[in-house]
Ligand binder design. Structure first.
Ligand SMILES: [Zn+2]
Length: 829
């Protein structure tokens, strides 16, 4: 026993060096244990052991170390942590900390107190009772070891580097968990606890691979931390030329120099020795969707007969929604879609956003790699390395959930709380804000989605703490006929972003939503927002709401190479973005890789893909790839769409209620996406027949007064409100000859609830003929659509005894009342 006595000098850090001399130092037979310490032990004190079990097992200890590794928490968050190291790194000098409440930065020096545990053979600290950040931006060298050495105890949780390795197994055991590398010493496993974009292939070589040594499932393995840990992989490097929208404003003929997923230079001088791609376009930061539900986004507009609702749970409780949801569930489960495994619908939703220059999406609630993997299309903002907490029903949180969230906010594991709150204009909606405040959770991290019912006082409280608003105008108008006062929020100083929510009630992509927000800016907010401010609302402001503005939302050195290049007027670049639609998007670049755009530009960067027809223009989608651990990554957009088409169209004929209608197939063909600011004619977006009466099979008697009632919210236009539509003509037509009106019952009728009942008198003879209603509807841009309501068929029978007279009269009426049904831009539904 060796006793160290600090004597009079206590309360300070002491270092004592003991040299152990024995016959064979590689296999010491006696461990040294320390007792009576009050100051931090070294990490190696905890880690070093002969048996493999820490000599401090189950003891509470205090350690100081520098963060070398950080986990990607799963959505359940039951297993997450980080590793710390002594500054010099090396054998025995690293340890894993199991802790879901804190997330130190790389290089952050921390002091923590916790209990030493062995977890399935991995020594780690648990139950962290003290956490103090001491300093930032420190570095720890990665110790160079061989592949064989990785599988030994000293390198557990230690930052290591293995040089000159070859991929010797892409998918060990075919399990999709680990791959294998080999160097001259042997082999070791590589894991993907933190996901990375690097795609390894059998035989690939790397000059270096780094990470921490780890032990799980009875095996040692390497855990890389990010893509820079794979040295010697292929990366894109190029410079895009065009009008660059820098934080200082537009710069003509500038260059954005991209290396891998980083912007490394923003300059007016052509970088030398690299591929220069002249986009002849306007280069914006990639757009950011701060709120969506992509797993619903193969479904177009859903509208309710009971419109408008007062708050979220009101419409969500309607039978119509249950029926709709059921049919959606059937599609989700349909064999070709198999959404729980393949994420087919989510991927379709991500394609819609990619086509709109969007690089990030919020709102996917699960961690399935098939969509959440960083190689799959958009960056899902709940995924590593962001620190987003999201909740659709935050007002239902119990105290346990609230405590956990508070601890994560205090500990830094969460830096953005993206929550649905105050959706709808009524008091029930508004009470959610009071509830959230009463829990002490209204903090700078809070980003409120919707906020329809928020008042100036509420916005002032939000501004005071730095809380944010995510404005979803289209869905608010469609469900509640009222939206958040985004102007007031901005005036009071709240950060306001714009996001679509989902395709069933919001816009089909972020550019359409931006266009709709601009429409409201003009019609409701007196042009309060400038075009530039509104463009920031789909990029930088959303980055701020999601806590990722240190890396996204700007074209600047050190920022992520996520870019949106559009075709537009250089004299008015911001309005060009507001007016841009998928056809105008020349490139969408995610993490430096072109995933959508003009084929010549995608190819000029060095990528390729499948072509897709967007309003008659050929675009390229580069979304399919081979990944050893992903089962469906090789599916193209054509595959995804065809799976959905099969599922949607089959259910169209087999569902008994809440059936799918033809809009849903048009949507999959991308025909409902806007070509320009508004070129899509009004449509009937509801699967149900908007004709409320007469009922199908009704009989009218010639000459008797009759009424027809229709559901005005069944008609929709994706630029304006349904009440802005005009029914140019509503006519009764034979089902067998719908272009031949028998009787026009209304003309130039505004589509408002007050107008939804029409009195008429059938004055023609309709023996043996089924009749239907035909609507010709126009929007404010004179886009017209003709809709035949074939699910309500009725007959017109003569008044008894008058058949012959009316039959003669009919011939005259027929010729005089006939109205040609052709208007500019008319499209048949
Ligand atoms: Zn939502």
């Amino acid at each position: 026993e060796v006793v160290y006595d600090p004597g009079a000098v206590s309360g300070r850090m002491h270092n004592a060096t003991y040299q152990l001399i024995c016959n064979d130092p590689s296999t010491p037979t006696n461990e040294i244990t320390f007792t009576g310490y009050t100051l931090p032990l070294s990490i190696s004190n905890i880690q070093y052991s002969i048996s493999g079990t820490s000599p401090f097992l189950n003891q509470e200890v205090t350690l100081i170390g520098i963060c070398t590794y950080s986990d990607a928490p799963d959505s359940n968050d039951d297993e997450a942590g980080y590793a710390i190291s002594e500054p010099e790194g090396g054998a025995w000098n690293g340890i894993y900390i199991s802790d879901i409440f804190h997330r130190p930065d790389y290089g952050e020096e921390i002091q923590i107190k916790g209990t030493v545990k062995e977890f399935n053979g991995l020594t780690r600290l648990e139950n962290i009772t003290e956490y103090i950040s001491l300093s930032k931006s420190n570095s720890v060298p990665a110790v160079i070891i061989t592949a064989a050495e990785l599988s030994t105890e000293p390198y557990e949780s230690v930052l290591v580097c293995i040089t000159n390795v070859t991929v010797s197994d892409e998918n060990v055991g075919g399990n999709g968990y680990e791959w294998q590398i080999t160097d001259s010493s042997g082999s070791c496993l590589v894991d993907d606890r933190v996901p990375y974009r690097y795609i390894w292939k059998l035989g690939n070589t790397l000059t270096e691979i780094r990470g921490i040594g780890f032990y799980s499932y009875s095996a040692f393995k390497l855990e890389p931390r990010f893509d820079d840990d794979f040295v010697g992989r292929d990366v894109f490097e190029y410079a895009l030329k065009g009008m660059v929208m820098t934080p200082d404003g537009p710069q003509s003929n500038w260059y954005v120099h991209v290396w891998d997923d980083d912007i490394v230079e923003v300059t007016n001088i052509a970088p030398l020795g690299i591929n220069i791609v002249d986009t002849e376009g306007i280069i914006f930061p990639g757009l950011i969707d701060a709120h969506n539900h992509p797993s619903w986004n193969s479904f177009p507009t859903l509208m309710f007969h009971k419109f408008p609702a007062g708050h979220r749970d009101e419409w969500a409780g309607w039978q119509e929604y249950s029926d709709w949801k059921k049919k959606r569930g059937d599609v989700r489960k349909y064999s070709s879609v198999d959404d729980s495994k393949k994420d087919t619908i989510t991927k379709f939703g991500e394609v819609l956003e990619l086509m709109a220059g969007c690089i990030i999406i919020q709102g996917q609630s699960n961690d399935n790699k098939e969509h959440a993997h960083p190689d799959v299309m958009l960056f899902n903002v709940e995924q590593y390395p962001s620190k987003v907490y999201a909740n659709i029903f935050p007002w239902k949180m119990d105290s346990g959930e609230r405590d956990e969230l508070s601890k994560k906010l205090n500990g830094g594991a969460v830096n953005a709380v993206v929550i649905h709150l105050c959706e709808g204009p009524d008091a029930t909606s508004h009470a959610q804000f009071t509830t959230w405040k009463s829990w002490g959770l209204l903090t700078k991290e809070t980003a409120i989605i919707h906020g329809t019912s928020l008042t100036s006082n509420d916005f002032a409280e939000m501004a005071a703490v730095g809380a944010k608003l995510i404005w979803s105008p289209m869905t608010n108008i469609k469900l509640f006929d009222q939206t958040a006062n985004a102007k007031l929020a901005a005036q009071i100083g709240v950060n306001v972003g714009i996001s679509p929510d989902w395709t069933p009630s919001g816009c089909y992509n972020l550019l359409e939503e931006l266009g709709y927000a601009w429409h409201l800016n003009q019609t409701q907010f007196g042009n309060y927002f400038t075009a530039k401010q509104m463009c920031d609302m789909v990029s930088l402001n959303n980055a701020i709401s999601c806590g990722i503005d240190n890396r996204y939302g700007k074209i600047a050195v050190g920022y992520n190479a996520g870019l949106c290049v559009i075709n537009g007027d250089p004299n008015d670049p911001y309005m060009s973005l507001i007016n841009a639609r998928p056809i105008d998007v020349k490139l969408t670049i995610v993490n430096g890789t072109p995933l959508y755009g003009d084929p010549n530009l995608v190819k000029a960067i060095g990528a390729t893909g499948e072509t897709v027809n967007v309003w008659g223009t050929t675009k390229m989608l580069n979304i399919a790839f081979d990944h050893p651990f992903l089962n469906y990554s090789q599916e193209t957009f054509a595959d995804i769409r065809s799976h959905l088409q099969t599922a949607h169209s089959t259910l169209n004929t087999t569902c008994t209620s809440g059936y799918l209608d033809s809009d849903e197939l048009q949507f999959l063909d991308l025909d409902l996406l806007q070509k320009g600011p508004d070129n899509v004619p009004p449509f009937v977006g509801n699967a149900d027949n908007p004709i409320l009466s007469p009922a199908n099979g009704a009989e009218f008697i010639t000459g008797d007064p009759a009424t027809m009632t229709f559901f005005t919210n069944g008609f929709w236009d994706n630029l304006s409100r349904s009440s802005d539509l005009i029914h140019k003509e509503i006519a009764i037509v034979p089902d067998s000859a719908p272009s031949t009106p028998q009787l026009v019952i209304a003309t130039d009728l505004a589509n408002t609830p007050a107008n939804n009942t029409i009195n008429f008198t059938p004055d023609f003879n309709g023996v043996d003929t089924n009749y239907i209603f035909r609507f010709i509807t126009i929007d404010e841009n004179a886009n017209a659509t003709t809709t035949l309501f074939t699910s309500t068929k009725f007959t017109v029978i003569p008044e008894p005894g008058l058949f012959l007279i009316l039959n003669l009269g009919f011939l005259i009426l027929y010729t005089t009342r006939r109205v040609p049904g052709v208007y500019p831009g008319q499209a048949s539904k």
